[in-house]
Design a protein around this ligand. Structure first.
Ligand code: SF4
Ligand code: SF4
Length: 104
């Protein structure tokens, strides 16, 4: 009986429109099918965070620096899908993020 209660629901049994468990996207490494990768140049970056705001996959890594200012720390390649929005939105003239061909 207990075993039956703990079994996973089939697709047909799932309630329509429900999220079974929220906040699980971080567990899925969805960057594996990327064809282009963003490359961040820390020397050109002015840390405006436009890329962080623009990224649809929350793949721009940020953290406070020693002055407690939030700065870019790099790119989360496990979840970045290579859409290129960060590179196209970067306001620096010689862009601080450029897209390069993915190397497997
Ligand atoms: S948008 Fe460009 S300059 Fe601004 S934080 Fe991102 S990489 Fe740096
Ligand atoms: S390429 Fe797209 S998914 Fe990857 S960091 Fe830039 S905006 Fe985010």
């Amino acid at each position: 009986m207990k075993k039956e209660e703990n079994r996973k629901l089939t697709v047909q049994e799932l309630p329509v429109g429900d999220i079974v468990e929220a906040g699980t996207a971080v567990n899925f490494h969805t960057g594996s099918w990327r064809s282009q990768r963003p490359v961040w140049d820390k020397d050109k970056c002015i840390h405006c965070l436009t890329c962080w705001i623009s990224c649809p996959d929350n793949s721009i890594k940020i953290a406070p620096d020693e002055k407690k200012t939030t700065v870019v720390r790099g790119i989360d390649y496990d979840h970045c899908k290579g859409c290129g929005i960060c590179a196209s939105e970067c306001p620096v003239k010689i862009r601080a993020i450029t897209m390069e061909q993915e190397r497997k």
